[in-house]
Design a protein around this ligand. Structure first.
Ligand code: NAP
Length: 325
């Protein structure tokens, strides 16, 4: 019976991917789901997976021995990137090495839009990493490691989540004086629901895509940040202003207020969002540089469901929408 391993089931994508993989699995497939810390997961969630026949264990990308243990006898491994910006290629290398040593055939990975800048042609693969925008840089390296591994692979390149706007950026607007300080230059981006990315990842794990394929995972339509802002405020009644800024101006504004440049060692304790300066800037940059304009059919093709519209996805975040004091 083919064993399929999914790491990171404690996260937003991982939990959905696990549920969806179990829903669509063939009867001859069995699953091993891992998390760095099972105690943080609701017992009912873990029991639900076990009741459907999945095994559940702990594993950590920074502990190669834990990976070797869970990869033993696996046909495929699906792994999710972490928030450890700059350290992620090392973590990916640990996963790939352990998978190869365990005799795994296929590896699946949640990459990011822009990774094609360093991977989609021989010329791109020669591109110096320093010239790749900050957020895709780790993913470019990880995709290169995957391609060089000799394993079969499936990669999904997720656009920025719709969820970021409702759950991260909205939390900074009051701090910014009831303003969204924004560097997308009025361009459109086809933001995707994180839930759809999770379903696509579950589909890749169970083998719905041919080997060695890469999918760009987008929402149903390209929208501006201003549209998202106005929509959220029309729901909450919040009176606030949308302010366009260029990158340097935005970085200076946040630096003055203590937003760190370093995601891992920075102090975010007095700040409304845990995005370091390069991360914050690059989110806008990806839209401003038109990396998110294209709409693809990957979500529908792989998950059998049309991608969620932001209006639908935002319902679960309405309690987070800012309101005037
Ligand atoms: N496209 C976008 O807009 C966007 C936005 C934010 C983040 N991201 C990236 O996409 C990833 C997945 O998104 P998400 O929303 O699911 O993130 P999330 O809910 O914050 O989850 C983080 C993920 O990283 C795993 N993880 C953390 N440290 C680990 C370690 N040492 N070893 C193994 N696994 C580890 C977690 O697994 P456990 O919890 O099970 O330990 C979890 O699956 C993020 O981690 C980040 O790289 C993308």
């Amino acid at each position: 019976m083919p064993k399929l391993v999914l790491t990171g089931v404690g996260g937003g994508i991982g939990g959905i991917a696990a549920d969806y993989a179990l829903e669509i699995a063939r009867p001859d497939q069995k699953f091993l789901f891992t998390s760095t810390d099972l105690s943080k997961l609701p017992v009912s969630k873990v029991d639900g997976w076990k009741a459907k026949g999945a095994e559940v264990a702990e594993a950590n990308y920074d502990d190669p021995e834990s990976l070797s243990k869970v990869f033993k006898g696996a046909e495929a491994v699906a792994f999710i990137s972490t928030w450890a910006l700059g350290h992620r290629p090392r973590q990916a290398a640990n996963v790939i090495e352990a998978a190869k040593a365990a005799g795994v055939n296929r590896i699946c990975y949640t990459s990011f839009i822009g990774a094609g800048l360093g991977n989609d042609s021989e010329e791109a693969r020669q591109r110096d990493l320093k010239t790749i925008p900050f957020l895709p840089r780790d993913h470019v390296q990880t995709e290169r490691l995957i391609r060089a591994s000799g394993l079969q692979w499936n990669i999904q390149r997720d656009y920025l989540y719709q969820d970021n706007c409702a759950a991260f950026f909205s939390q900074s607007w009051k701090f910014c004086g009831d303003r969204w300080l924004n560097n997308t230059d009025g361009r459109r981006g086809a933001y995707v629901a994180r839930e759809d990315c999770g379903r696509v990842f579950g589909a890749l794990l169970v083998g719905r895509a041919p080997p060695n394929t890469c999918y760009t995972v987008t929402g149903p339509e390209a929208v501006t940040d201003r549209e998202l802002f106005e929509y959220m405020n029309s729901v909450s009644g919040y009176k606030a202003e949308f302010v366009d800024m260029v990158d340097d101006e935005l970085a200076a504004w946040w630096r003055e207020r203590g937003l760190p440049d370093d995601a891992i060692n920075g102090d975010f304790s007095k700040l409304p969002m845990k995005l370091c300066i390069p991360d914050l800037l690059c989110c806008g940059e990806m839209v401003a540089q038109s990396h998110m304009e294209e709409v693809t059919d990957a979500v529908e093709k792989l998950s059998g469901r049309k991608p969620l519209r932001y209006q639908e996805n935002f319902k679960k975040y309405e309690h987070l929408f800012p309101r005037n004091d």
